[in-house]
Ligand binder design. Structure first.
Ligand code: NAP
Length: 257
């Protein structure tokens, strides 16, 4: 039997780089999926691809900063499938890189809204459902910038530190209800988010830039989405039953130094 056979797994930001790969890996391992994204066309394309691969998908367009939309998505998925085994709160943004004093307040507000309030609202909707069914697993996506400094990305770093605060506190609040809450902290990963932050790099210099970015990892390269998603599946796996409140670094060894 596959690792996630007939389990219901919810993913936000499911048509982005990590979200789409997570949907694919959970689906290939037997999960029934509940997917959302703010981008309706990209979500539709992702769902079509997964259904073509024989994977069962429920989907809703959902902006994670909007409590009504989050509740409609999470409750809709629960009503559709009758349970919620795992939730991956993955939707997030990385605003334009700047020194702290040069960051516009609008960027701060948008980043905190999506990266922190979004995770809070999703957990707030997911936890009562998991409590009622007797347990579940939540995996929030933080970052290596959630555990250390990130020059030129201070607001992103603050938002990802906050994700760990929510994760660890909820793990202690709901451990007695058999809800495990963990966070995965990826290093720089090859997704559309990275493309966006490198959009000013001339195409001929992209490879050299990626090499440069990978230098702080022991493995001397950036991560591929599939490598990060392996850790997300591990965090949500029912057999991984004693891991909670954990920040799982998927950083190619960067933090070992
Ligand atoms: P991505 O490719 O940009 O995917 C993020 C997805 O979230 C996109 O589909 C995006 O839609 C969606 N989204 C944005 N705002 C949203 C909102 N308000 N409500 C719902 N969905 C929204 O990024 P990724 O690299 O896969 O990142 C996934 C997670 O990993 C993020 O939390 C990110 O911070 C974290 N992470 C990424 C890296 C990295 O290097 N890639 C490293 C560490 C951590 P649009 O495309 O329409 O905006």
């Amino acid at each position: 039997m596959s690792q996630y056979q007939d389990q219901v797994v919810l993913i936000t930001g499911a048509s982005g780089g990590l979200g789409r790969e997570a949907a694919l890996q959970f689906g290939q391992n037997g999960a029934k999926l509940a997917l959302s994204d703010i981008n309706a066309d990209a979500l539709e394309a992702t769902c079509a691809e997964l259904r073509d691969a024989g994977i069962e998908v429920f989907s809703r367009v959902c902006d994670v900063t909007d409590e009504t939309q989050v509740n409609n998505f999470v409750n809709g998925a629960y009503e559709h499938y009758g349970r919620l085994d795992a939730a991956v709160n993955n939707a997030g943004i990385d605003p334009a890189h700047n020194l702290l004093a040069d960051i516009p307040l609008d960027d701060y507000n948008r980043t905190m809204d999506i990266n922190v309030k979004g995770v809070f609202l999703c957990m707030k909707a997911q936890i009562p459902l998991m409590q009622a069914q007797g347990g579940g697993a939540i995996c929030n996506i933080s970052s290596v910038a959630g555990v250390g400094a990130a020059p030129n990305m201070s607001v992103y770093a603050a938002s990802k530190h906050a994700v760990l605060g929510l994760t660890k506190s909820a793990a202690h609040e709901y451990g007695k209800c058999k809800i495990r809450v963990n966070a995965v902290c990826p290093f720089i990963t090859r997704t559309p988010m990275l493309d966006q932050s490198l959009e000013l790099v001339p195409p001929g210099q992209r490879e050299a830039m990626e090499k440069q970015l990978g230098k702080s990892a022991a493995l001397k390269r950036i991560a591929e989405p599939a490598e990060v998603v392996t850790a997300i599946l591990f965090a949500c796996d029912k057999t991984n039953s004693f891991m909670t409140g954990h920040e799982l670094m998927v950083d190619g060894g960067m933090s070992a130094l």
